[in-house]
Design a binder for this molecule. Structure first.
Ligand code: NAP
Length: 539
């Protein structure tokens, strides 16, 4: 399948989200650049991005086919799907657009590979995972460039994601050797009771576009470490990083069929994974709406399910907070990845005594953020993923301002055009506005005023989400009280960046089920088997 650098019509890019929906309902639609006849509004791909793409191509890491049973494969009907650079709107590559048939074959390969992979020793699995980690790190720059190219995040952030993402593979390599069972003191003298931990089986892993590498390694690392095999479905928006990581898994010696990748028609792929009795586990990161569908669909074959879904993170700044620490933490928690993370601060609750001072300090810091193509020097904020994302931000901001919120900084599309949006701070937000009830997923910081600690906790918990949360205070007692009272799976106290492979990541309420990372994340890929050995009388 050819890698193409053809410029695309930006106006058609603006219609990507609706095209995406259309593509899902029909396999016969032409490629999206052929669907509209609006006059061309093209922007040439920058030479940097072009040469990076061709370097990646010659290094063998720019893969465009799916991976089934250790073989790179086109879609069976030859259909492809375009991957775009969100900073320029230009197509980077045409990748295989797969569906149910390819997914069934990937499941069959994974099932076949499971027979032998699940019998390997922990030490063998550990060694191969470690090799994979080494290769990911050896290709850190290329992987980061690929991520910036297809996802838009600044290169430095993308490098950080490679460290973070590869960390899950390293951690899993180490943890593979620590999947212990138990011996339970038996209630009868002639019996012995054991608990074994065994792999759950074939895993279907469905991941989003905002962390093209880490969301995959966070699932695949522990799955392989436990002896499971996987069928990965990356987002159609960012499949290239996933495919490059899979290529490195092959180079590491992970056997054919243990890691499969299919992408394209999401509902068809999802349905095939759900329908198969051979798939024993679904692990999903993405929107709450899709997560609920997958949970319901797993009921028919009673699969184990882990869900990492959307958040609505409160970031609570108390009067007694250190203002510099609070601003630094809020910047990191809010604007990372242009505000497109599930743990991004979505509501910034500021106590009334510090509100004006904090707002001013935050605005001063946000004003200095450089927006641009992720390959640009000193750029800290890239574009949003697509036009639909920008429109969502605009809708939420419009709703807020129509109800009395005040734009204090930004509040509009960036002069760079396309899907760039100005880093924004909006004040006088309240809990009735959509902006504080829905995930913004963009670079907008809504400030809400509160009076007391009890108010802050009540407002923070008044949501169906429960993933990330942040508290800034100099009081140890308050930090404990508030951390305990927050109905969230993650609490950062005086810290805006808290994700690490060694700690459990996951949500309360409708933000999900299960945990990823750390020793707790391993359990998601294991069955517990109790063995009772009877008749232990002396022979
Ligand atoms: P999304 O639309 O739910 O997509 C996530 C994945 O599901 C993609 O691979 C998508 O495929 C696939 N998908 C869509 N419909 C499907 C279906 N019917 N059956 C099977 N798969 C289906 O979410 P997103 O927009 O990519 O990601 C943003 C969301 O993810 C946000 O809500 C964010 O908070 C959440 N998130 C959560 C965490 C966490 O750890 N809790 C981490 C990151 C992101 P296509 O893209 O190919 O359509």
């Amino acid at each position: 399948m050819a890698v193409s650098f053809a410029a695309v019509n930006l106006r058609t890019m603006a219609l990507r989200s609706s095209s995406k929906l259309l593509r899902r309902s029909s396999h016969l639609l032409p490629p999206i650049h052929m669907q509209h006849s609006a006059p061309p509004l093209t922007r040439k791909i920058s030479m940097d991005a072009r040469s990076i793409a061709s370097q990646l191509n010659s290094s063998g890491l720019l893969k465009t086919q799916g991976l089934i049973g250790g073989k790179w494969s086109d879609s069976y009907d030859g259909k492809t799907i375009k991957v775009y650079n969100p900073a320029t709107g230009e197509s980077i590559a045409d990748v295989a657009c797969m569906g149910g048939k390819e997914t069934n074959d990937a499941i069959a390969s994974a099932y076949d590979a499971y027979r032998s992979w699940s019998k390997t020793t922990a030490a063998e699995r550990s060694k191969l995972l470690r090799k994979w980690y080494d290769l990911l790190m050896a290709h850190k720059e290329e992987l980061a460039q690929l991520m910036t190219l297809e996802q838009g995040k600044p290169l430095k952030e993308a490098m950080g994601e490679v460290n973070y993402g590869a960390g899950f593979i390293e951690f899993s390599a180490e943890e593979a050797k620590r999947i212990y069972g138990d011996i339970i003191p038996a209630p009868m003298s002639d019996r012995r009771l054991f608990v074994l931990k065994q792999p759950v089986g074939v895993v279907g892993a469905i991941t989003p576009w905002n962390f093209p590498l880490a969301m995959i390694t966070r699932k695949v690392g522990p799955a392989l470490a436990c002896g499971c095999t996987v069928v990965i479905k990356p987002s159609e928006l960012t499949p290239l990083t996933a495919l490059a990581a899979a290529e490195l898994a092959i180079q590491a010696g992970i056997p054919p069929g243990a890691v499969n990748v299919v992408m394209g028609n999401a509902p068809e792929i999802g349905d095939a994974l759900l329908a198969s009795p051979q798939v024993r586990k679904i692990t999903f990161t993405g929107s709450t709406a899709v997560g609920k569908k997958l949970m319901a669909g797993s009921a028919e074959t009673v699969k184990k399910v882990s869900l990492e879904l959307g958040g609505n993170a409160p970031c609570i700044i108390f009067d007694d907070a250190d203002i510099d620490i609070a601003v630094k933490g809020t910047l990191a928690a809010k604007y990372r990845n242009s505000g497109q993370t599930c743990v991004c601060a979505n509501r910034i609750l500021v106590q009334e005594g510090i509100y004006d001072k904090f707002a001013k300090a935050l605005i001063d810091a946000v004003r200095n953020m450089k927006v641009g193509d992720g390959f640009g020097e000193d750029v800290v904020q890239g574009p949003l993923i697509n036009e639909a994302a920008v429109e969502k931000v605009e809708t939420l901001l419009q709703d807020a301002t129509s109800k009395g919120a005040k734009v204090m900084l930004g509040g509009k599309r960036h002069s760079l055009g396309f899907t760039f949006y100005e880093p924004t701070v909006v004040g006088d937000v309240n809990s009735d506005m959509r902006i504080s009830r829905e995930e913004v997923f963009g670079p907008v910081a809504p400030l809400l005023r509160f009076k007391t600690e009890e108010d802050a906790i009540r407002i923070a918990n008044d949501t169906n989400a429960g993933l990330g949360s942040y508290v800034f205070t100099n009081s140890i007692q308050r930090s404990w009280r508030v951390a305990e009272a927050l109905e969230y799976g993650l609490v950062g106290v005086n810290e805006g960046v808290i994700s690490t492979e060694v700690a459990p990541f996951g949500g309360f309420k409708q933000s999900g089920l299960g945990r990823e990372g750390s020793k707790y994340g391993m359990d998601e890929y294991l069955e517990i088997k109790y063995v009772c050995l009877g008749n232990m009388k002396k022979e």
